[in-house]
Design a protein around this ligand. Sequence first.
Ligand SMILES: *Cc1c(COP(=O)(O)O)cnc(C)c1O
Length: 216
Amino acid sequence: MSHSICKNIKQIEQEIGNTQLVVVSKYRSLPELQEVYDCGHRHFGENRVQELTSKYENLPKDIQWHLIGHLQSNKVKYIAPFVYLIHSIDSLKLLKEVDKEGKKHQRVIPFLFQLHIAQEETKFGLSETELLELLQDPEYTSLLQVSCKGLMGMASNTEDINHVKKEFEFLNSLYLKLKDQYNFDTLSMGMSGDYLTAIDAGSTVIRVGSKVFSDH
Ligand SMILES: *Cc1c(COP(=O)(O)O)cnc(C)c1O
């Protein structure tokens, strides 16, 4: 077991001030997650539903679970009773399923719209145009069991920090345009390699995995 987990978390928290840290615990073992918990940390992020639910069942119930990876409609039911925030909503169809499950469990489920800001084809998410259309869609505005808190995005996987910065700034400007009208308070961007750049560009939540669990 690594003994630097808590040290890493404290160090990151010092760097990021008021920004919320979500520790991305995917692929990590229960003892490693317990170590994060014992360090006082409560926000955990997972990108797969099955892994998230099994960890939920085996760890303390005051952990706040963030689903950060691509979500399939048929998996929504497993996380609906307890998920704290879904970062990865990218279609009306998916959102309708979340709404349906929210009704079943008598809760309003908080979520972020994921925007496609990277150059890579492989990353999920909406374009700006698609988001603006969706926000106006009566089928969307009539949903009562979901609540949009803001936006999420992943920058291109490149060493070119200026390029990454531009992508984050683009997402932040979109966020700021919509924030007041839609009551947004969350902009989720930044991972181990780029969270300081993301924070400079306006991020309110960072999702950090490898840097928390590394040994140096
Ligand atoms: C894995 C993952 C992260 C964390 O990545 P690190 O580089 O390990 O910090 C953040 N966001 C998403 C969506 C991820 O899948």
